[in-house]
Design a protein around this ligand. Structure first.
Ligand SMILES: [Zn+2]
Length: 360
């Protein structure tokens, strides 16, 4: 089921939520307001009725009318959509067709690769992230090979990178990039920094990018996000791409969730072929990839702790059925449940092997 997020006027939703608007406004499309997420007193929250989005220049919180409502009331986007749908005060303003922005068609993988490759080439991986990745079992050369980079959190760095990238490529139709009202090329950003993870196809081309955000420990905010600019001017959304890493000539593959987990697991298993879906329910592209790669056997290796969850269990049953229809043998991997992911298990095994060889 898909929701039409852009059907509610962001201004009407903001007013409904009691968000305080700046008394004087520039025009009928862009509004300034006090951001309810960061205790802002100086109208840092921008509302754009044409694009149906909000964005705080102070805390970087952003989204559309549905996610604004969802975030403020701590409910899911689906629940927020249903709540807004039934509000009589939104019925009249629901159709602002003249404001609708058309979605830009996504560019082919080779073109996306070229843009992302040059983009990543301008970024670095900071010491904190390097240490984190080292603790997961990667060497510096692995990090270099996978092109892991830190999200540029410094505004001036970001500006410089975007200017340079915009001179080299047209960024329209490349997920994650969009165009500001003043014509400047922009990149999707979150309030958190983090690591940028390239999601590659079997030929090694970068299909899209994912963010592993530095979400504070204990927070239930989502750690992984696509680098996506759906609903932004000149932007477009990411697709549920499958990440491929390791020995692509193999007809046996391990299947896991998340590109970084697949990268780490592949490295720690001496380069075994890994396929990573972006989520247990995001498997739409999987049959095509498996067919194209001539894979005949799949080891399913999703995190141990998740398998007990009913939604995950159902998703795994559906996945196994899909594979069976394709005549792919599917084996569930089971390992010591003290280790959440297969990568954690591999790492522990590698460490104990190293300790054993030192002891000997
Ligand atoms: Zn804010």
């Amino acid at each position: 089921m898909t929701f039409k997020y852009d059907t509610f006027d962001i201004l009407a939703v903001a007013q409904l939520c009691g968000i305080e608007l700046q008394p004087t406004q520039r025009n009928d499309v862009e509004y300034s307001a006090r951001c309810p997420f960061c205790g802002d007193r100086k109208y840092h929250l921008g509302l754009n009725r044409k694009k149906g989005v909000f964005h705080c220049f102070r805390c970087k919180e952003f989204g559309n009318s549905v996610s604004l409502y969802a975030k403020l009331y701590g409910i899911s986007n689906g629940d927020a959509y249903n709540a807004l749908k039934n509000m009589p005060e939104l019925a009249d303003v629901r159709e602002i067709d003249s404001f609708k922005i058309s979605e830009i068609p996504i560019r082919p993988v080779i073109e996306r690769h070229n843009v992302y490759y040059d983009f990543l080439g301008m970024l670095t991986l900071n010491t904190t992230h390097r240490t984190q990745l080292m603790n997961r079992g990667l060497t510096f050369s692995d990090m270099h090979r996978f092109m892991y980079r830190s999200i540029p959190t410094d505004m001036s760095v970001r500006r410089k990178v975007m200017r340079k990238l915009g001179e080299m490529h047209s960024l329209s139709g490349i997920p994650g990039f969009y165009r500001a009202d003043n014509g400047e090329d922009m990149m999707y950003c979150n309030k958190y920094g983090g690591v940028i993870i390239p999601v590659c196809n079997a030929e090694g081309y970068i299909q899209g990018l994912q963010f592993r955000l530095d979400v504070p420990p204990g927070s239930d905010e989502k750690k992984f996000r696509w680098f996506s600019s759906r609903h932004f001017n000149g932007g477009c959304g990411a697709k549920p791409w499958i990440h491929v890493v390791g020995d692509t000539s193999s007809n046996v593959a391990c299947l896991t969730e998340g590109a970084m987990k697949a990268d780490v697991s592949s490295v720690l298993s001496d380069g075994k072929l890994f396929l990573a879906v972006p989520g247990v329910n995001a498997t739409a592209y999987l049959p095509d990839i498996i067919r194209a790669m001539g894979i005949s056997k799949v080891y399913e290796a999703f995190d141990m702790d998740k398998r007990s969850k009913p939604q995950v269990r159902d998703a795994l049953i559906r996945l196994r059925e899909t594979l069976r229809r394709e005549n792919i043998e599917c084996v569930s991997c089971v390992w010591d449940a003290r280790y959440k992911g297969l990568d954690d298990y591999f790492l522990a095994k590698t460490m104990s092997r190293a300790t054993a060889s030192v002891a000997a």
